[in-house]
Design a protein around this ligand. Sequence first.
Ligand SMILES: C[S@@+](CC[C@H](N)C(=O)[O-])C[C@H]1O[C@@H](n2cnc3c(N)ncnc32)[C@H](O)[C@@H]1O
Length: 234
Amino acid sequence: MNIPEWYRDENLPTGVDYTDITQVEVYDRRHQRFRDYGAFANHVIEAAGIQPDHTLIDLGAGTGAFVLQAASRCRMIYAVDVSKTMLAFLRQKADLRGIDNVVYCHGGFLTYDHTTAPVDAVISSAALHHLPDFWKLVGLRRVAQMLKPGGRLYLMDVIFSFKPEELHEQVEGWIDGFVKTVGEEFREEVVTHVRDEFSTFDWVMEGFLERAGFRIDSITASDTFTSTYLCTKV
Ligand SMILES: C[S@@+](CC[C@H](N)C(=O)[O-])C[C@H]1O[C@@H](n2cnc3c(N)ncnc32)[C@H](O)[C@@H]1O
């Protein structure tokens, strides 16, 4: 890929530094306390119509929330992440479980070069918010290129669906809610997310998805901070 000088360097950490092994271990431990990875993978597989002969890409695969659960239910998964530390951590877990149909790829929304056949589905959870808005659109256009016509995109992320005038109370409520349910140690991660990462509003995301070449089949907001978009490449 020929990278122009104005192109964003997606390897630069934004917010939480996932190149740091301590942060990676903390992330994995904390998130398993409040997320059910098995239920998540089941939902993705059912919603996106994933079949045993399908090939998938997980963009921003992290410690394997999806990959480790889904590998046995598809032909192959490309686990893509800008953090080599994340990829090594994921690989170690997958090897321990005897998972051998994962291809580990260092790259991201802006640089991953998918040179083999277009895939049946792309999954991305809690990763796109690492890009500022302009670059989200660039990344989503690249995702569309990785998919077969009619291929599915399952995009889950921290996306704001509250009214802009409620912003202050909503963010305070989100931080307090996490601290109450998951613990004080979570405060810093949520504060960092809002301050240093690039979560955006749902109405912005919808425009990006449509302009990137997707039809939005469904939008599910679990709360005013987390939304899932199930899309089809048109
Ligand atoms: C919050 S973690 C989510 C990991 C995993 N998908 C999950 O659901 O637990 C965000 C992940 O996105 C990765 N990431 C950051 N910027 C990225 C980019 N531009 N393209 C792809 N992945 C990126 C990080 O390295 C990290 O592994």
